[in-house]
Design a protein around this ligand. Structure first.
Ligand SMILES: [Zn+2]
Length: 111
C-alpha cells in the first residue's frame, strides 16, 4: 500500500507512515465502509413484490429462492426479504392450486 499523505510505499496494513508519520487508519476505515455498504439483491425484492401481488405465486417462489441463493453468493442484503417472499409465495401457490383445482372441478362438473 501507499501512504495517503506522501505516497511512499509502506507495509500493507500499516497504521502510521514510517516516512512522514501520517495516520493511515482512515484509508482502512473507508475501505471497510465501502464493503459494508452492500446493495439489496434485486431478485429478492422482485420475488417479494410478485408474492405480495398474490398472483403467479409459483413465479414469486422461484424468484425468491433464486434471490436468496444469489444474495448469499454475492453477500448482499435481502435474505430476510427473500425468506418472507418464499413464505408468502408458498401460501399463495397453495391457494392458487386449490383455486385451479376448484375451477377444473367446476368445468368437469359442467361437462
Ligand atoms: Zn507518508
Amino acid at each position: 500500500m501507499f501512504c495517503r499523505n506522501c505516497g511512499a510505499s509502506i507495509a500493507e496494513g500499516s497504521s502510521i507512515c514510517r516516512f512522514c508519520g501520517c495516520k493511515q487508519e482512515n484509508v482502512i476505515l473507508t475501505q471497510n465502509n465501502d464493503t459494508e455498504k452492500l446493495n439489496y439483491n434485486t431478485l429478492c425484492i422482485v420475488g417479494l413484490i410478485i408474492s405480495t401481488l398474490g398472483i403467479f405465486g409459483i413465479v414469486g417462489l422461484i424468484i425468491s429462492i433464486i434471490g436468496l441463493r444469489d444474495c448469499k453468493k454475492k453477500n448482499q442484503k435481502g435474505k430476510i426479504i427473500a425468506i418472507v417472499g418464499i413464505v408468502r409465495s408458498f401460501f399463495s401457490t397453495f391457494f392458487e392450486a386449490i383455486l385451479i383445482v376448484n375451477i377444473l372441478y367446476g368445468i368437469f362438473n359442467v361437462i
